[in-house]
Design a protein around this ligand. Structure first.
Ligand code: NAD
Length: 374
């Protein structure tokens, strides 16, 4: 069986598997073909892949001959059409929110797995690319803020006087937010965090941050631990509380998302205008509408000295470790479906079923089936 790894498109600097992961895969009796320069932006050159046992091929050869293709960003339809009819496609296909690609896969009798569909269960944690990439983003967001801030993060007592620690406000305490809290604490900042889920409070406190409480949030036990949309009244109460905290903050990092919906607006324009000049906002939700009213995806806006950085794919700014984590998640997933060097899809396994968009054109994941039935 040939597993193909393609060079990612556009600005994407990560690669699905680094040479170290390829070596493990090869020990499972499979052949790995890697596109020329696939890992170069993650600092893994072709020689390292060759040393790990892979063969370097051109893109067309891989598309046409591989039995499995592993990627991160979704492949374009015209490239999928070149794959063997029974080849299996893997990637972060955004299958729930990219209906045209999902429909294309179904209509063309394809078999595809979309890694963001990995169920968020304890057994699947080692395969959860969303958590891995959110960890990278939360960490990197704090470093970006620290770099832009015209002040220190930690407290200093020096002969030239004492410096008070920076005050950091984290909005949304999921995986990215918790990593941002931990990183900002390590740098010595005083950290406040807010989330609509009460379960997040305990985690925030355990990291040594202070929890900003806004009572009356709606929670849904059936939402799999995710936040749900809030009432207008609650959202206004929340914006007012954030406004009060923002005026005292040096840094705000926003990470609040609701799967499949526009990100909630948490930092209003009046709040940005009330913040201290020199303050920094990093909006990790910028590409899904933004948690800050003035953020722009992939750009920095300056409002009276308050810089708002709208970031999307922050994981790609740390391609080496991000690719390492991605590859490890892939290996853990592939362990479930590769036996004796061949693919064996066991649809009795809820992780395999939950992640499979379609098998030979038939929708498999309950979440995809639900969308198809609506
Ligand atoms: P996410 O990226 O979907 O959202 C980030 C955070 O924003 C969440 O904590 C969410 O509650 C919060 N949020 C949404 N709307 C908000 C609002 N209006 N105001 C403030 N905060 C708001 O979340 P995520 O990091 O992907 O994690 C989502 C859930 O999944 C969490 O409960 C997490 O613990 C859980 N999870 C479980 C596993 C596992 O068991 N394998 C792995 C990862 C995450």
């Amino acid at each position: 069986m040939i597993i193909g790894i393609l060079k990612e498109p556009g600005d994407e600097s990560r690669v699905a598997l680094l040479p170290e992961a390829v070596k493990t895969l090869i020990s499972w009796k499979v052949t790995v073909w890697v596109e020329k320069d696939a890992g170069s932006r993650a600092f893994a050159d072709d020689e390292l892949y060759i040393e790990s046992g892979a063969k370097i091929h051109n893109r067309e050869e891989i598309l046409q001959q591989a039995d499995m293709i592993l990627g991160i960003q979704p492949l374009e339809e015209k490239e999928i059409s070149k794959m063997k009819s029974d080849a299996v496609l893997f990637g972060q296909l955004n299958a729930l929110y990219n209906p045209s690609l999902t429909q294309y896969l179904i209509n063309n009798n394809r078999t595809a797995f979309s890694m963001e569909l990995v169920p968020r269960t304890t057994r699947a944690q080692a395969m959860d690319v969303l958590s891995s990439m959110a960890t990278v983003s939360g960490y990197k967001a704090v470093l970006m803020a620290a770099d832009l801030l015209p002040r220190f993060f930690p407290m200093f007592m020096t002969a030239a006087g004492s410096i008070t620690p920076a005050r950091v406000l984290i909005l949304g305490a999921g995986v990215a937010g918790l990593q941002a809290i931990a990183t900002a604490k390590r740098l010595g900042a005083t950290v406040f965090a807010f989330d609509v889920r009460q379960a997040a409070k305990e985690e925030v406190l355990s990291l040594g941050a202070k929890f900003v409480d806004v009572e009356g949030a709606k929670e849904d036990k059936g939402a799999g631990g995710y936040a749900v949309e809030q009432t207008e009244e609650y959202l206004q109460k929340q914006k007012d509380t954030i406004h009060e905290h923002a005026m005292k903050a040096d840094v705000i990092i926003t990470t609040a998302q609701i799967p499949g919906r526009k990100a909630p607006l948490l930092v209003e324009e009046r709040t940005v205008r009330a913040m201290k000049p020199g303050s920094v906002i990093i909006d990790l939700a910028a590409s899904s509408g933004g948690n800050c009213a003035l953020s722009q995806p992939e750009s920095t806006v300056d409002i009276n000295g308050v810089r708002i950085v709208g970031v999307g794919n922050l994981a790609a700014k740390m391609p080496q470790d991000a690719s390492k984590m991605y590859g490890k998640n892939y290996l853990n997933f592939l362990k479930l479906i590769i036996k004796d060097g061949e693919i064996h899809l066991n649809f009795e396994d809820d992780i395999v079923t939950g992640t499979c968009v379609c098998h030979k054109g038939k929708p498999v994941s309950p979440r995809i089936i639900q969308i198809q039935n609506n």
